[in-house]
Design a binder for this molecule. Sequence first.
Ligand SMILES: Nc1nc(=O)c2c([nH]1)NC[C@@H]1CN(c3ccc(C(=O)N[C@@H](CCC(=O)O)C(=O)O)cc3)CN21
Ligand SMILES: CC(C)C(=O)C(=O)O
Ligand SMILES: [Mg+2]
Length: 296
Amino acid sequence: MHPARTSALPAASDAAPARKRVTPPSLAVRAAAGEKLVMVTAYDYPAARAAERAGVDIVLVGDSGAQVQLGYDSTVPVTVDEMLVLAAAVRRGTTTALVVVDLPFGSYEVSDEQAVATAVRFVKEAGADAVKLEGGGRVPASRIRAITSAGVPVMGHVGLTPQTAVALGGFSAQGRTVEAARRVRDDALAVQEAGAFSLVLEAIPSDLAAAIHPMLHVPAIGIGAGPDVDGQVLVLHDLLGLTEGRAAKFVKRYASVLDGMTAGIAAYADEVRTGAYPGPEHGYAMPDGVLDALDA
Ligand SMILES: Nc1nc(=O)c2c([nH]1)NC[C@@H]1CN(c3ccc(C(=O)N[C@@H](CCC(=O)O)C(=O)O)cc3)CN21
Ligand SMILES: CC(C)C(=O)C(=O)O
Ligand SMILES: [Mg+2]
């Protein structure tokens, strides 16, 4: 990392300058003032610590963790119980960033009652500040209203919604015909109208995001939605270079962490095999006389 960046990091100690807790209202104020909001995913304690130290505003425990953290081949199989474990670890690593947790597929579609019960579990059992759910039509709107009425802030997610990507025709950008653009716009407005405090716009033309943005009074966080929104989100593993294979068009890689991890483990393996590790400095000394007395 660049030295200037390293020294700019707040120290992870009690002496670190106190940063105020991020809240849904404080995000709205800062977005209205033109400040760009930073959101990143995290799925465990060290990643949450790193996001916190880097001064990120919102940490999302995304259901993308199904793939990048747990190794499933889509976001669909991850369960509420699995997401609770990830979310609780992220909560423990986070002090000022807002912790938002994705409601996994199947945990909010059945009824408003089911959606409220799931959201409440994430708040009570994992310490989530807010939850996020996908979709924007009539049904998600009633879900958003029910969850917010129960006292849990909701972030919406429209455009490419990975939990229903099969129905959308795959992981392709949305809103590229008049009909599809209207659908994305109407979904965004429905989510806002239903009381969401913010929403994610995923994989839509930059011009469409720029056209929708002025219609919104809640912060819009983009991923593959261009620059004319209130903030950006990326999957942590994508931006750090922890994922293998082809990444989506919107991904920019800022580090090569998988390469760094591999190199570290390979160096350790090599030293174990050659006997270079452990050295004398890694061993415990026996006090004088003990060995002599062993057989006495
Ligand atoms: N590692 C990772 N990053 C993500 O951003 C992410 C996940 N996983 N899992 C859950 C969803 C799935 N997402 C995805 C997955 C693939 C594409 C993708 O490959 N898109 C193609 C579009 C191809 C087309 O338009 O037909 C691209 O080139 O961007 C986009 C978003 C976003 N989320
Ligand atoms: C990419 C973001 C918006 C997400 O939903 C996730 O990580 O699951
Ligand atoms: Mg998600």
